[in-house]
Unconditional design. Structure first.
Length: 452
């Protein structure tokens, strides 16, 4: 309110028109209304389940496509491959139908599964076996990491050619699987142990060190998604495994994660193209580019989805499930192209780095058109509501991790794909086997109600 009054006073001193002064004065009650509404919302949000199927994914879905459709910057066509051309209205129509199908699936699945009971997670894994698993996964993770880096000949993130070197990891399929299985399990599991078992300080700091080492190893491989996946999983697991987030804190933490990954991408690109990367290639001052770089990660997939709707099925036929279920082919011998590389190839764009993701709608549309979008998102909504209710009825460590993984997959799919890699299925399967080894006798575990 004080700022609004100062703006009105400054406008009057500057000789502004009466309308401008009145507009500044009108912002005084508006500011008060927003302030008090925000306070009430922050208080009420403590009781909200922000990671339920009804909350975070639909909100982020709307924000993603809304921001991705805006032309906030002008970028030379030689750099952007036409990605900053206007987004037509029919693209938003596809997005709206997809959201409607998702919400219908959530509603239908919730009726079938019932509502979650809102209990607290109890850590029932045996401490001795958990320590054994942590030690074993840690050694396997370190060993596979050393093998991969030695084969690459360099640590990708420390190399000026990180954009190319990081892609060599696909040559080490078995070692890559071991590395990610270890790191993606240790990061959320160690944090759950620290939150729910309340170990003595030395053990707790050992857990934090394990998480830090795992994170550094993932980050050093040059792919930001390698670290983003377990961090987002841990964020959701913390919501159900420790204490529920208030809305404001989720927004702050989520933005911090997203902007940090964006900054890492910017630093990697200037290492590859030089300090004048922004002005020379994009036409944006280098001092401004770091603050808008995150926008590119939202705009690019939306624009790529627009482009593939213009050539499929007019020039390229529907793929009949090959893109959506392509990760299953990873189990077969040979190299199998993922959806982002398929889109890059059919669009004829040649640039350094990986492929062109087209949001979660891209693979569904390229496989079966609009029916593919509706069916895929309906099933995603139904699955998320069923797993959420199953987790809420008895939030064991396994159930919390499985729902956190599912929600991470949904949120990350806004950038790429609902089923991006075989790890989407492999990690939950591995955790279920691990749970059988770690759990205490049935009589010694169970969920407990949330204390007042």
């Amino acid at each position: 309110m004080t700022i609004s009054l100062l703006l009105a006073f400054s406008a009057a001193l500057a000789g502004a028109s009466t309308k401008v002064i009145l507009l500044a004065l009108a912002s005084v009650p508006a500011a008060a209304l927003v302030f008090f509404a925000a306070r009430r919302a922050a208080t009420a949000s403590v009781r909200w389940d922000l990671f339920s199927p009804w909350a975070s994914f639909p909100v982020l879905y709307v924000a993603w496509f809304a921001l991705g459709s805006l032309n906030l910057v002008e970028v030379p066509p030689s750099f952007s491959f036409g990605l900053f051309e206007p987004i037509p209205a029919y693209v938003m129509g596809y997005a709206a139908l997809g959201l409607g199908a998702y919400l219908a699936g959530v509603s239908w699945g919730q009726k079938r599964a019932g509502r979650a009971e809102g209990r607290a997670c109890q850590f029932y894994w045996r401490d001795d076996r958990f320590a054994l698993v942590v030690a074993g996964l840690g050694l396997l993770m370190l060993g596979s990491y050393i093998y991969i880096v030695a084969g690459m000949g360099a640590i990708p993130s420390l190399s000026a050619d990180a954009g190319e070197i990081r892609l060599r990891i696909t040559r080490y399929g078995a070692a890559e699987a071991v590395m990610f299985t270890g790191a993606w399990t240790l990061i959320p599991a160690l944090m759950l142990y620290a939150w729910r078992r309340h170990p003595r300080p030395l053990v707790k700091w050992g857990c934090y060190c394990g998480v830090a080492v795992s994170s550094v190893l993932l980050l050093s491989l040059g792919g930001r998604s390698y670290l983003f996946v377990p961090l987002l999983t841990t964020l959701v697991a913390r919501h159900y495994g420790k204490k529920r987030f208030a809305a404001g804190r989720v927004v702050v933490v989520g933005l911090a994660l997203f902007l940090s990954l964006s900054l890492l991408g910017y630093l990697r690109d200037i290492a590859l193209y030089g300090q004048d990367y922004g002005e020379d290639r994009i036409g944006i001052p280098g001092s401004v580019l770091p603050f808008i770089y995150a926008y590119f990660y939202v705009r690019y997939p939306v624009a790529t989805f627009r482009d593939i709707t213009e050539i499929i099925p007019q020039k390229v036929p529907y793929q009949n499930g090959a893109l959506t279920f392509g990760p299953l082919a990873t189990l077969l011998p040979g190299h199998h192209e993922q959806s982002d590389m398929f889109f890059k190839d059919v669009l004829g764009n040649d640039f350094i780095g990986a492929g062109q993701p087209a949001t979660l709608l891209g693979p569904l549309y390229a496989d079966a058109g609009l029916p593919g979008i509706v069916a895929g998102l309906f099933l995603a909504g139904m699955l998320s509501s069923r797993v959420h209710a199953w987790m809420g009825s008895e939030p064991t460590p396994l159930r919390v991790l499985l729902y956190a993984w599912l929600m991470q997959t949904l949120l990350f799919s806004l950038f790429a794909n609902l089923f991006p890699y075989i790890t989407t299925l492999w990690m939950p399967a591995f955790w279920m086997v691990l749970d059988r080894f770690l759990r205490r006798p049935a009589a010694n575990h169970g969920a407990v109600p949330v204390s007042a």
